[in-house]
Design a protein around this ligand. Structure first.
Ligand code: PEP
Ligand code: MG
Length: 581
């Protein structure tokens, strides 16, 4: 039994055998198995060799059809290697004699083989790339499921991965993936956000979990405490089964709040909305008692899709959300692609610093046909619906004005074409950068609403990559600089009568709810599973209490001091909460 600590990003306990994904980019450590398990390792190896051979045959066929026979012949060498009995014997000898995993046997034998090639004349040395290719293919088929298989698992699994892209997370088999354990990532990486939205327990920032488990090992995930246990003993398994039951009971205990308003003990009403990534999630928001959608991350239409969504794809997605919401307000954010979302993996030359690069509104302003397609669909879909349009990552007034001008252009085109569309859609922007927060008075005079995106606001204010586990402890919403920026934005909203909501992950963390209410936040938008607990807190305090917490917190100058204070304050209000503050 091995226990690993990481960052719990999506609560809940999950217990299932491991499936390991994406072994391509990292080393396979030397792992030993008991001699009696050598047979199992050889079976796995034989299966991986067979799958790899079939894959190469398919590739050879399609390449031959599409490009030509000569190019396709490069795969003959790959096939030859996989049929080379001397090489295959070396794999099995390593497993039988050294009692290592089949992954390690493949990696070690092929690395040695590659070295031999490197010492040969140039024309043969070039073949080393093919050896590496075969190694990757075998490893992928051994330790993991292929990307395709991620979408269709045959039975319940906990996925162990070095990293998962938001596209992979969005496209995975939701029925059979019970939990995620990931080497990389931070609290607000998009993989974490999607896991939370789907209610899949997840722990990230584990550094080397993939090197410490073999496919099929039993794994426990405690997404609440950030713990992953590999190969647990019976006592531990029994303990976690009880924990899992308690969590489910706690979640159900909040069901009765669903139809009650999010109102404080002294009668102040708070708007409690949900964040969604996929249209169907709108139903979860409503089931959990949310009164609308405060953030629809529309770029997820692109993630996991095989081809670029058409105007009709956009239109149908928006219509689905509108139908599910039945008149409730919906804030649709325009495409926030880039950085960790899609563009890099497809780019010919990936950006050096994608989080500071061509992402979000910048990408849309450079890809006008794509941007206009989305806006067209949205204006068409939102006739007679309470839909608002929001631009992400605005950093200066010029960008905002350009984006607004494009909406006007698209509306004119629709008018000219005689197509029914929305004429007066409210236009808002996210406050996600220090520049936007510091210039909020000017922005307030040009938008209909603000939404504070604390995930990026923290990343850009504290200079901490939100998806980098190495700096994850520095990523905190409790930093006084963040709280001051939030306060500034709320004040500007009050001054110019521009509604302000908060839709970053901070809004779904109950520890911050009282503080944010005290700072003046009256609209929260959070991941659907967090709605009941946030509502419970709102209904358990007075606005005066919240204001007092905020006043006190603003006198502190360290994030740890702030965090300790709000944890204690929250625990006093919610003594029975299951959440580990
Ligand atoms: C944010 O940055 O806080 C936000 C809500 O947007 P996203 O997490 O999609 O970047
Ligand atoms: Mg953001």
């Amino acid at each position: 039994m091995k226990t690993k600590e990481g960052i719990g990003v999506s609560p809940g306990v999950a217990i299932a055998p491991a499936a390991i994904v994406d072994a391509e980019e990292f080393d396979i450590p030397e792992r030993h198995v008991a001699p009696e398990l050598s047979g199992r390792e050889i079976n796995r190896l034989e299966k991986a060799v067979e799958i790899s051979q079939n894959e190469i045959l398919d590739l050879r066929k399609s390449t031959s059809e599409q490009i030509g026979k000569e190019i396709a012949s490069i795969f003959d060498f790959h096939l030859g290697l996989l049929k080379d009995t001397t090489l295959l014997k070396k794999f099995t000898d390593a497993i039988n004699d050294d009692h290592v995993t089949s992954e390690y046997a493949v990696a070690a034998v092929l690395r040695a083989y590659a070295k031999e090639f490197l010492d040969m004349p140039q024309y043969l040395a070039d073949r080393v790339k093919d050896v590496y290719d075969i190694e990757k293919r075998l490893l992928r088929n051994l330790v993991g499921q292929s990307r395709q298989a991620l979408k269709h698992l045959e039975s319940d699994r906990i996925l162990l991965a070095h990293d998962l892209t938001p596209s992979q997370t969005a496209g995975m088999d939701r029925e059979h993936v019970l939990g995620l354990a990931i080497d990389a990532g931070g609290q607000t990486s998009h993989t974490a956000i999607v896991a939370k939205a789907l209610g899949i327990p997840a722990v990230v920032g584990l550094n080397s979990v993939t090197g410490e488990a073999t496919a099929g090992d039993m794994v426990i995930i405690d997404g609440h405490r950030g713990t992953v246990i590999i190969d647990p003993d019976e006592k531990t398994l029994a303990h976690y089964r009880v924990l899992a039951k308690q969590q489910v009971e706690f979640i159900h205990s909040l069901d009765s709040l669903k139809d009650l308003p999010a109102v404080t003990l002294d009668g102040h009403e708070i708007n409690l909305l949900g964040n969604i990534e996929f249209p169907a999630e709108a139903a979860s928001v409503i089931n959990k008692g949310g009164t609308g959608i405060g953030l629809y991350r529309t770029e997820f239409l692109y993630l996991g899709a095989e081809s670029e969504p058409t105007e009709e794809d956009h239109y149908n997605a928006y219509k689905e959300v509108i139908d599910l919401c039945k008149g409730r307000p919906i804030v649709v954010r325009t495409l926030d692609l880039g950085a960790d979302k899609q563009t890099q993996s497809r780019a010919r030359t990936p950006e050096r610093n994608p989080f500071l690069g061509c992402r979000s509104i910048r990408f849309c302003l450079q890809e006008l046909p794509m941007f206009k397609t989305q806006i067209r669909a949205l204006l068409r879909a939102s006739v007679d619906a309470d839909v608002r349009m929001m631009f992400p990552l605005i950093t200066n007034l010029r960008e905002l004005r350009q984006a607004k001008a494009i909406v006007r252009d698209v509306a004119e085109d629709l008018e000219e074409d005689g197509i029914e569309h929305r004429h007066d859609i409210p236009l808002g922007m996210m406050i996600e950068t220090p520049s936007a927060a510091l210039q909020c008075n000017a922005f307030a005079q040009e938008v209909d609403f603000f939404s504070i995106g604390t995930n990026d606001l923290i990343q850009y204010t504290l200079a901490v990559d939100r998806a980098n586990e190495k700096v994850a402890p520095l990523f905190t919403a409790a930093h006084p600089a963040i709280l001051r920026l939030i306060k500034e934005v709320i004040r500007a909203g009050q001054r110019y009568e521009v509604p302000v909501s908060l839709c970053g992950e901070m809004g779904g963390d109950v520890v911050f709810t009282m503080l944010l209410m005290g700072l003046g936040v009256t609209t929260f938008s959070c991941t659907p599973p967090a709605i009941p607990e946030i509502k419970q807190l709102i209904r358990s305090v007075t606005m005066e209490q919240a204001a007092k917490v905020a006043r006190r917190v603003m006198t502190f100058d360290g994030d740890q001091e702030i965090l300790n204070y709000i944890r204690v304050a929250t625990r006093k209000v919610l003594p029975d909460a299951y959440t580990n503050f």
